[in-house]
Design a protein around this ligand. Structure first.
Ligand code: PEP
Ligand code: MN
Length: 336
C-alpha cells in the first residue's frame, strides 16, 4: 500500500492512519522526499481501500503489489521528468543523449569532446573522474581536480555533466560540479551510497548491477527514493552471462520491462552493454526501438589512445553517424 499524505497533515491524523493500517497488519514507513510525504505500507498484497482512504490527511491511496513501491508505475499517473535546467530534460517519450569518454583524461580531451557534442547538439557529457577498475594498476581517474576542470569547460558551452560517484565521502565534494550523479554497476547495491544520494537534491542515474536482476535494480532505486530523492533514472548496461563473445549481454528485454514496471526514465548504455566498438551502433538503435528514453555511450577523439574502455569507444565520426541514426530511429518510433 502507498499513501500520499497531504502537506499540511497533523501528527495526530498521521498517527491515526498508522494505527489504522497497523490494525490491517501493515508495517508502515514514513517517507519524506523533496517533493512529497508518503506512508509505505508493507503487508498483505490486497486491502479494501475504503477502510483507509477516507481518513483525514490523505491526498491519495494506492494498492501497489510490487515489493518496491515508490518507483512502481502502479501508483504514479505522470512519469518522472528530470529537469537539468536550460531546457535539458530526461523523460518518458524523449531521447536524452549523453556522450563522452569513459574517463576524463585532460583539458585538451575535454575541449575536443565538447566541440564534438556542440557540433551535434548533444547537451549532456559523460565521463568518469573516479573510475572503478577491475585492476588496481589501471587508470583510476583524475579525481576532483579533473571534475573541476571539466566543469569549468562545460559551463561556457551549456553542457551538463553526468559522472560516477563511487563512495559516500565524494558526494559533497562533487556536488557543485555535477548535474547527474551516476551510480556504477559495481555500486548498485552499495546501500549506504544509495541512502546518502537520497539526501541530495540532484538527479541520480542508477546502473544495473553486473549480475543484478531487474527487481534488484528497482529496489536500489527504491532506496534512493525512500531516502528522499525522487529525481532518478534507471540504466541498463548489460549483465554478465555465460556468453563470452561480448563483454556483457545487453538485456534489451529489460528496457521494455523496466518501462512497464516503473515511472522512472530508462536509459540504455550500449557501450558497456556489448563492449565492442563495431556493434555499439546496432545495439543503441535496438534499445531506442525497445523504448529507452535515452542513450549514454562512450566517444573519444582517438579511441585507440583512450585511458580506459577504448575497445568499445566510438571515434567522433562514428559518434556523429550514430547520433544521426539514433535521431532517425527515434522519429520512426514516434510515428509508430
Ligand atoms: C562507466 O560508465 O564508464 C562505467 C564504469 O560503467 P559501469 O558501471 O556500467 O561498468
Ligand atoms: Mn567505461
Amino acid at each position: 500500500m502507498l499513501i500520499q499524505l497531504k502537506d499540511n497533515i497533523t501528527s495526530d491524523d498521521k498517527n491515526q492512519i498508522i494505527d489504522k493500517i497497523a490494525g490491517l497488519k501493515y508495517k508502515s514507513t514514513e517517507v519524506k522526499t523533496q517533493k512529497g510525504n508518503y506512508l509505505v505500507g508493507i503487508g498483505k498484497k490486497d486491502f479494501d481501500i475504503r477502510d483507509v482512504g477516507h481518513m483525514r490527511g490523505i491526498a491519495d491511496i494506492h494498492i501497489v503489489s510490487d515489493d518496491y513501491k515508490l518507483v512502481s508505475r502502479k501508483w504514479k499517473v505522470k512519469p518522472t521528468v528530470i529537469d537539468l535546467g536550460d531546457g535539458v530534460t530526461i523523460e518518458e517519450g524523449g531521447m536524452a543523449l549523453m556522450a563522452g569518454p569513459c574517463s576524463i583524461e585532460s583539458e585538451e580531451q575535454i575541449e575536443k569532446t565538447i566541440a564534438h557534442l556542440v557540433e551535434n547538439n548533444i547537451k549532456i557529457m559523460r565521463g568518469g573522474v573516479y573510475k572503478p577498475r577491475s585492476s588496481p594498476y589501471s587508470f583510476r581517474g583524475l579525481g576532483i581536480d579533473g571534475l573541476k576542470m571539466w566543469y569549468n569547460a562545460t559551463r561556457a558551452a551549456g553542457i551538463k555533466i553526468i559522472t560516477e560517484v563511487m563512495q559516500v565521502s565524494q558526494i559533497e565534494e562533487m556536488y557543485d560540479y555535477v548535474d547527474v550523479y551516476q551510480v556504477g554497476a559495481r555500486n548498485t547495491q552499495n546501500f549506504n551510497l544509495l541512502d546518502e544520494l537520497g539526501k541530495v537534491d540532484k538527479p541520480v542515474l542508477i546502473k544495473r548491477g553486473i549480475s543484478g536482476t531487474i527487481e534488484e535494480l528497482l529496489s536500489s532505486a527504491e532506496y534512493v527514493f525512500s531516502a528522499g530523492n525522487e529525481n532518478l533514472m534507471l540504466c541498463e548496461r548489460g549483465i554478465r552471462t555465460y556468453e563470452r563473445a561480448s563483454r556483457n549481454t545487453m538485456d534489451i528485454n529489460a528496457i521494455a520491462i523496466l518501462k512497464e514496471k516503473s515511472h522512472l526514465p530508462v536509459i540504455a548504455d550500449p557501450s558497456h552493454g556489448i563492449g565492442i566498438r563495431d556493434f555499439v551502433e546496432p545495439v543503441a538503435l535496438a534499445c531506442i526501438m525497445a523504448g529507452s528514453d535515452g542513450v549514454i555511450y562512450e566517444t573519444h577523439e582517438k579511441p585507440e589512445e583512450a585511458y580506459s574502455d577504448g575497445q568499445q569507444t566510438l571515434n567522433f565520426d562514428e559518434s556523429a553517424k550514430l547520433i544521426s541514426k539514433m535521431r532517425k530511429v527515434f522519429e520512426l518510433r514516434e510515428e509508430m
